[in-house]
Design a protein around this ligand. Structure first.
Ligand SMILES: [Zn+2]
Length: 123
């Protein structure tokens, strides 16, 4: 991997003069000297990190439940299959989920309870 791919492409270094700017933002950018925004916290990068964290948390939860699932689009869309055959579409990065045919929800606790109730009906 080249310096460009490693450090310019992720936005941690200036795409014009290769100076260090700051945190990875996931896209190339310029330092302040070269007309860029500098090292101020970047809302895009921040959003991206929050999404990544949400996905990681979802992943952890998913493996703890042990529910059958299939990941699509690099994990941005996950389809859970309940023991009774119903499907739940989840978009972990936005914390949205939807029991197929019903309304989209952002209530993570409701999802948790729905899944656990299905997996462990005796509890
Ligand atoms: Zn620069």
């Amino acid at each position: 991997m080249s310096f460009y791919e490693d450090n310019i492409a992720d936005g941690s270094h200036c795409m014009t003069c290769c100076q260090l700017i700051g945190e990875d933002v996931g896209f190339p950018r310029c330092c302040r000297n070269c007309g860029g925004e500098g090292s101020e916290p970047n809302p895009e990068g921040h959003k991206k990190r929050i999404k990544a964290e949400a996905m990681q948390r979802f992943d952890g939860w998913l493996s703890r439940t042990g529910i059958a699932h299939k990941k699509h689009n690099n994990g941005f869309h996950v389809v859970l299959t309940l023991p009774d055959g119903r499907m739940i579409d989840c978009w972990p990065s936005t914390k949205k989920w939807q029991l197929r045919g019903q309304r989209i929800s952002r209530d993570g606790k409701a999802l948790h309870e729905l899944v656990l109730q299905q997996l462990r009906p005796w509890s």
